[in-house]
Write a protein that binds this ligand. Structure first.
Ligand SMILES: [Zn+2]
Length: 210
């Protein structure tokens, strides 16, 4: 990929921290501070989607370059990507917070997942069976990969170890041995919040501010 042509937000996406542990969770993390007054949206268009998919390892360098130059129906794919992302996020959060699961979100995920399955095939090559995508690469395939990832995660026991970072709201799968991971990233959110609490304590006690 030619990063020289990247916009600032595309550059940011191309270095984005992948803390989720699963593609569908990292996909949800293309929005930061969801529950604050000013959420930060990083998925701002078709190009951003491709740059992120490359960063997340869903498409190769060559494929990303090809997809970035393609201008077929791109706005539609982008809008469907946003709808899918919000559906995945809504389903996970509803489950984690013991709320009724939104049926429209479930229908959205189901629709993309069904289409994804229609494009899978079993092949036999070099003495081995494997699953593969049928047909040529399209930008839609990124959505299909994410739907497969989401359905896989939603149906695993490990779903209970998915949680949002208390600072930035990013989702992650806590695969630590004792499942006590709190932050998406200790260096970034852990320290940032600790610093803020310290500052507030100082202010309350009338001490020196940081
Ligand atoms: Zn965080």
């Amino acid at each position: 990929v030619d990063t020289a042509t990247f916009s600032p937000i595309e550059l940011q996406l191309s270095h984005l921290l992948l803390v989720g542990g699963r593609p569908c969770l990292d996909f949800c993390n293309t929005v930061e501070y969801r529950h604050s007054e000013s959420p930060v949206e990083m998925l701002i268009g078709y190009r951003a989607l491709i740059v992120w998919a490359h960063r997340a390892g869903l498409v190769s360098n060559t494929d990303a370059t090809t997809l970035l130059t393609r201008i077929v129906d791109e706005e539609q794919v982008f809008l469907r990507a946003l709808r899918l992302r919000e559906a995945i996020y809504a389903l996970i959060m509803a489950h984690l917070e013991n709320r009724p699961v939104p049926t429209d979100a479930l229908a959205t995920l189901h629709g993309v997942w069904q289409t994804a399955l229609d494009h899978r095939q079993v092949i036999y090559q070099n003495g081995q069976f494997s699953e593969a995508w049928a047909g040529a690469l399209t930008p839609e395939r990124i959505l299909w990969m994410l739907a497969l990832s989401a359905v896989h995660e939603l149906t695993q026991e490990t779903l209970r170890w998915v949680r949002p970072c208390p600072n930035c709201g990013w989702l992650f799968l806590d695969e630590s041995r004792n499942h006590k991971r709190v932050w998406c990233n200790m260096q970034i959110c852990g320290n940032r919040l600790k610093a803020r609490r310290y500052y507030q304590r100082q202010k309350r006690s009338g001490g020196e501010s940081l």
